[in-house]
Design a protein around this ligand. Sequence first.
Ligand SMILES: Cc1ncc(C[n+]2csc(CCOP(=O)(O)OP(=O)(O)O)c2C)c(N)n1
Ligand SMILES: *[C@@H]1O[C@H](CO)[C@@H](O)[C@H](O)[C@H]1NC(C)=O
Ligand SMILES: *[C@@H]1O[C@H](CO)[C@@H](O)[C@H](O)[C@H]1NC(C)=O
Ligand SMILES: *[C@@H]1O[C@H](CO)[C@@H](O)[C@H](O)[C@H]1NC(C)=O
Ligand SMILES: *[C@@H]1O[C@H](CO)[C@@H](O)[C@H](O)[C@H]1NC(C)=O
Ligand SMILES: CC(=O)N[C@H]1CO[C@H](CO)[C@@H](O)[C@@H]1O
Ligand SMILES: [Mg+2]
Length: 529
Amino acid sequence: ARFNKPDAEIVDHYTYCILGDGCQMEGIAQEACSLAGHWGLGKLIALYDDNHISIDGDTAIAFTESVDLRFEALGWHVIWVKNGNTGYDEIRAAIKEAQSVKDKPTLIKVTTTIGFGSPNKSNSYSVHGSALGSKEVEATRQNLGWPYEPFHVPEEVKKHWSRHTPEGASLEAEWTSKFAEYEKKYPTEAAEFKSIITGELPAGWEKALPTYTPETPGDATRNLSQQCLNALAKVLPGLLGGSADLASSNMTLLKMFGDFQKDTPEERNVRFGVREHGMGAICNGIALHSPGLIPYCATFFVFTDYMRGAMRISALSESGVIYVMTHDSIGLGEDGPTHQPIEHLASFRAMPNILMLRPADGNETAGSYKVAVENRKTPSILALSRQKLPNLPGTSIEGVAKGGYTISDNSSGNKPDVILIGTGSELEIAAKAGDELRKEGKSVRVVSFVSWELFEQQSDEYKESVLPADVTARVSIEAGSTFGWHKIVGSKGKAIGIDKFGASAPAGIIYKEYGITAEAVIEAAKSVC
Ligand SMILES: Cc1ncc(C[n+]2csc(CCOP(=O)(O)OP(=O)(O)O)c2C)c(N)n1
Ligand SMILES: *[C@@H]1O[C@H](CO)[C@@H](O)[C@H](O)[C@H]1NC(C)=O
Ligand SMILES: *[C@@H]1O[C@H](CO)[C@@H](O)[C@H](O)[C@H]1NC(C)=O
Ligand SMILES: *[C@@H]1O[C@H](CO)[C@@H](O)[C@H](O)[C@H]1NC(C)=O
Ligand SMILES: *[C@@H]1O[C@H](CO)[C@@H](O)[C@H](O)[C@H]1NC(C)=O
Ligand SMILES: CC(=O)N[C@H]1CO[C@H](CO)[C@@H](O)[C@@H]1O
Ligand SMILES: [Mg+2]
């Protein structure tokens, strides 16, 4: 919708998907298929392997609804191929029909027999996960009239497939010349399109990121995040996304664009509805479709619990989704414990190939976006505050790229008496405690530890320069589980955090009640140095 012109259709492919009974039972499919129907995704064609068998046996033990009627109700076109075992022409005809239905996604229910051809094991759960065994394989070959040796590809089959090679080459040449013409007529669109399909970011894109000074009035990092997203949308043609019904709280709307809807598919604000798991999965699909598509999605940090399966797939399949997670601590206030994340930071730090970023202010929010956009093969999570935070002297975009860095130090080149470490909204608290301790004559270093993973990637020399091994007097503060923090503060240091569920109260009160305060940091610092 964004790039095709009446005289030049340069994007015309379908997206196919194969799913089984298990996929039909999972909630995530319902979330995604509900949106596909709402959006009228006419190029989406799903082939459902309707074999009535899953691991525990006949699906009738747990799955008896009419899938056809459910998909019709979701706004899909539904076709039933009754003989999926040998009805090749039926399957071909169904795909043709699906392609011709332009205003709805299509589900082709293909009824099949699991283990088709195996005389003793077909139509049973026993073929799902275990090998047939050599005897049964032999019996199956005979039953199907397949006279060839194992792994032999008959000449006839090879010939049939080989004809696609010249066919594909000529289609590609045709498209290339069509695109060359398009590029002449529509240079701006062509440049954007190329950036999206190659993943090459426009030169100097990062200059669009805002910076802030200590004099800039404080703001919530969720608000600063919206400033970054809107700045980036102007320079990154592939940036698109939205939230799970929380755009107004999450501040994720791109103001210069409208909503991506059935009749406005060229727009870039995606309304995911209350469907976190489907939202994450859809963003994975977008990211993996083209290297220059940069999807972001947003909800409250605590609801990553609903989305974790998709987030783990982002990490595993190297899809660079940007997860904009607001309301990142007890600081969200009165919504209380159901909405207050506790163990989430620790849990994502434990997940491989995902960057957990918790920026403290404007510069750090911009720095987190820079890292997130650059890392196209590693997803990023931005944990953002609901409450207002000041712009702290010493924070920087460059610092964020290192994961951990010193924002202030009065040891004038010597080893500090104590190192105070904070992340996100608690960096302000660490900085305040540092100021107090300095007044009492202590030399103090304050470190922002915005991303453990990025710090881990730095050289030993750099790490030693921020956290010298012989300064064991260290105190960390973070409004979340202390799990893992002893790796940073060591056995002689102290980790201040929250190891129980939250409570409903305004941010200021609950921080005091839970001991997430400068006083607590000062006391801990005195006890370790
Ligand atoms: C989210 C998830 N839950 C459970 C499993 C374990 N599992 C693997 S296959 C399967 C049954 C799938 O049945 P179906 O989709 O009908 O496949 P078929 O046996 O017909 O090939 C299950 C429960 C899984 N892989 N993923
Ligand atoms: C298939 O089942 C029949 C009857 O139970 C049995 O005689 C035969 O040995 C089995 N064949 C294989 C390959 O296991
Ligand atoms: C943010 O970064 C800019 C550029 O590096 C710097 O001039 C400014 O002082 C920083 N702001 C804060 C609040 O530290
Ligand atoms: C964030 O933005 C909202 C909406 O514009 C505004 O009401 C709020 O005051 C801003 N600042 C903070 C600290 O929440
Ligand atoms: C910094 O630390 C020293 C101790 O080395 C202390 O005497 C001094 O008062 C501190 N300076 C400031 C500006 O707080
Ligand atoms: C700051 C901002 O973008 N606010 C928007 C939040 O969402 C509401 C409703 O979706 C919009 O009307 C606001 O403009
Ligand atoms: Mg099945």
